[in-house]
Structure formats: structure tokens, C-alpha cells
Ligand binder design. Sequence first.
Ligand SMILES: [Mn+2]
Length: 268
Amino acid sequence: MSSIAIDGRPAERREECRIRIAAAGDIHYGERADDRERARATFAALEDRVDVILLAGDLTTHGEPEQAQIVADAVRDVGVPVLTVLGNHDWHVNRADDFKAVLQEAGVVVLDKTHSHEVLDICDTQVGIAGVKGFMGGFPGSHLPDFGEPSLRGVYRESIEEAEALDEGLRAIQMCAFRIVLMHYAPTTETLVGERETIWTFLGTDRLAPPLLEHNPDMVLHGHAHAGTFEGRIGEVPVYNVSVPVLGEDFWVFELTGERRRVPSEVH
Ligand SMILES: [Mn+2]
């Protein structure tokens, strides 16, 4: 397990806090014979080591509620708050409500466009998490247009709805000392470098970026791009692709602390 420390904004009580965040995306449980054991061991290893666990979607291979149960059973007794967004794989069989219910029964907070923020009290301070799935849609020069068939215009509409929900979530946590964004899809191409450029349109969209630029969260976490790049930036905001194949590890641990503003310090 590796970690990276990010210095955050000055705020009351902030300097005495050290918020440890374990993050991973694309854990994709569901099809290997040892998934239950692997999931239990992976999450149990975080107990007493971190303050919160953030999952950036694609918890499963196909979104079957039975697959969500593997994650639910692995996190139920870990004793650390777990928040997640869903990924496209978690939507595949189109049973997202059942899928979410399985996770929620185990205490997992599922963030999406209907419930896009959560505030945690950690270290006597407020840590705000704004979370949505995000969506595809492309970047300058490759945007899917709001034109033509209803299905294509539906993709546009969903990306805009996700961006609006992200904005709402960030607005709701604007008074929190620490503010983190959790998504599945990428809001910048910087963390897609390594993926074939011909598929970048399907890996995210910069239509998710304006709320990030406006609200300046401490960091943005996403997954989905297995062959992408770990670290990027939108304006001053650090963006991390925490897809497990990018990390090469089960989790990455971030620490938010300090009085300086968003200067990543050493990996240790
Ligand atoms: Mn995905």
C-alpha cells in the first residue's frame, strides 16, 4: 500500500488533523473463485490504518447484486466508513437499485446524482465528499454532440446531469475543511494518457470539469481508465486515477493535512 500526502487549505483545526484516505477503483469482484477471500483480506488490511475508504466505481464485473454482496460482506465489519460511486460495470445488468441496496445494507454510502454528497466527522473536523458516477462524452475536439438520435442526445443529457449533480454536491460541502470528489469517469485527459486516444471520448468528459474549477476541491479521484496515468490536474486541483491496474496495488492511501495549499509532497 502506497501513500501520498497532499497539503490542504488553511482552516480552523486543520493543521492538527491528518485525514488518511484509502482509494481504489475498478476492483471488479465477481468472477474469480477466490474473490470472497481476496475481498475480505484486502479490506481487513485497512482497518486501523485509514479513516475512510473511497471506491471509485466498477466494484464488480457485471453489476449483479450477488457480486455486490462480495464487497458488502468484506466491508461490513471493517470499522471504517466506506463511500462509493457505481461504475459502468456495476450498471451492466441494469439492477442498480438492487445493487445499491446490497451495499447500503452493509453500511456503504452510495453517492450518485440523487445523493451527491456526504459529510463525515473525522478528527473533529468535517470532511466533505462529493460523488457522482460521471459519464463519457469526450473532450475538446472529440465531444459527442447534443444532436441527432435520441440515444446519442441521451448520452449528452446524462453527462450534463452528472456534472450538475457534482456541482450540487460541491456546493453542499463548501464549508467543509476538507473536500474530496469521487467519480468513476475521468474529467480530464491528463489521467487518460496511456489509453488509446481513439477511446478517450468513452472514458470521460471535460463537461465534468467546470464544477471542479469553480469549487476547487482538495482532490479528485476517479477510475475507469485502467491503462491511464495516476496523476493529473484541472486548474489547481489534483486529479488521481486510482484504477487498481494504474496503482499496481489494492489501494492508494492519501493523507490530507497541513497548512499549505494543494502541494503534493513526497510519496512514502
Ligand atoms: Mn469502468
